[in-house]
Design a protein around this ligand. Structure first.
Ligand code: NAD
Length: 297
């Protein structure tokens, strides 16, 4: 049993922290939103006084925060984690953030003899609740080995993607594929409608042909063929359009910084930007099909 500090008890963080408690760990939570800390307490956790106190007595700290800005603040700020954690403390950042921030926080942590991994996730709120998340992990071998048992309490597939920042690199590359493929699949269904081809027929053919992909077979953007997909519940998220836009922007930032040419990723970002600006930020990202159908992109 370890003493774990958990920062960011939102949609993802709270169920992840609850799974660490179920695995027998002692979990202390921190969130700017007091009601979330109360929920952790009712699940058997405790409230941390602040980041400094948490850092000074935790064996491991997990963070699940909205963006690189909050991650920088909580790790590198005055009274932050890096300054106050004991040497050897394990730090796991599971937030989806930019590669440069992930690498600079990891460097500062290493300079203080802390063991850090970036470990963003795929699998959404359902995966967080069911402890079936996929973790994409960046960091030194020793830190990965130390983090693995904790990640296994919150997820099912744990992949070591390389050195610091490579977990974030894997996450944004994966989600750039997802954003582009969801638009491609949606465009195909819209075209099929115009051509008088039944959506179920296109699904039956493409799901077994070269157009097959996750956006088609697991998260199909038209109602009917895949009963569990958000299309069957008015595109209730799921994974919101705002989050898809965030990840596509991170991918473009990384592409610029690494001089990679990603024209479809850039175009997907523009289309999701317009979708979000039309007031659909909270809609599931597969709802992009309605936007494309209406010719608004
Ligand atoms: P969320 O907004 O529900 O949770 C973030 C939590 O962090 C909130 O409770 C907020 O109050 C807290 N917080 C913000 N600043 C803080 C600070 N300075 N100190 C302490 N707490 C602070 O977001 P989420 O959906 O849980 O997502 C968290 C991360 O996981 C994001 O980086 C997101 O991109 C990533 N992610 C989300 C999903 C998903 O489906 N929701 C899937 C994969 C990855």
């Amino acid at each position: 049993m370890a003493k774990i500090g958990f920062v960011g008890l939102g949609n993802m963080g709270l169920p992840m922290a609850q799974n660490l408690i179920k695995a027998g760990h002692q979990v202390e939570g921190l969130d700017v939103f007091a009601a979330s800390v109360e929920k952790l307490k009712s699940a058997g956790g405790a409230a941390a006084a602040n980041a400094k106190a948490m850092a000074s007595h935790s064996d491991a700290i997990v963070t699940m925060l909205p963006s690189g800005k909050e991650v920088r603040e909580i790790y590198l700020g005055a009274n932050g984690i890096v300054e106050n954690a004991r040497a050897g403390t394990l730090l796991i950042d599971s937030s989806t953030i930019d590669v440069d921030t992930a690498r600079s926080v990891a460097k500062a942590a290493e300079a203080k003899n802390l063991m850090m991994v970036d470990a963003p996730v795929s699998g959404g709120v359902g995966g967080a609740q069911g402890a079936t998340l996929t973790f994409m992990v960046g960091g030194p071998d020793a830190a990965f080995a130390k983090a693995k048992p904790f990640l296994e309490a919150m997820g099912k597939t744990i992949v070591h993607a390389g050195g610091a920042g490579n977990g974030q690199a894997a996450k944004i590359c994966n989600n750039m594929i997802l954003g582009v493929s969801m638009i491609a699949v949606s465009e195909a269904f819209v075209l099929a409608e115009k051509l008088g081809l039944d959506a179920q027929k296109l699904f039956d053919i493409s799901s077994k042909s070269s157009g097959q992909c996750w956006s088609m077979t697991t998260y199909c953007p038209v109602p009917g063929p895949v009963p569990a997909s958000p299309a069957n519940r008015d595109y209730q998220a799921g994974f919101t359009a705002a989050m898809m836009l965030k990840d596509l922007k991170l991918a473009q930032e990384a592409a610029r910084s690494a001089s990679a040419h990603t024209p479809l990723g850039a175009q997907a970002g523009t289309i999701y930007q317009h979708f979000v600006e039309s007031g659909e930020q909270g809609r599931d990202f597969s709802g992009i099909i309605r936007f494309l159908r209406a010719g608004k992109s």
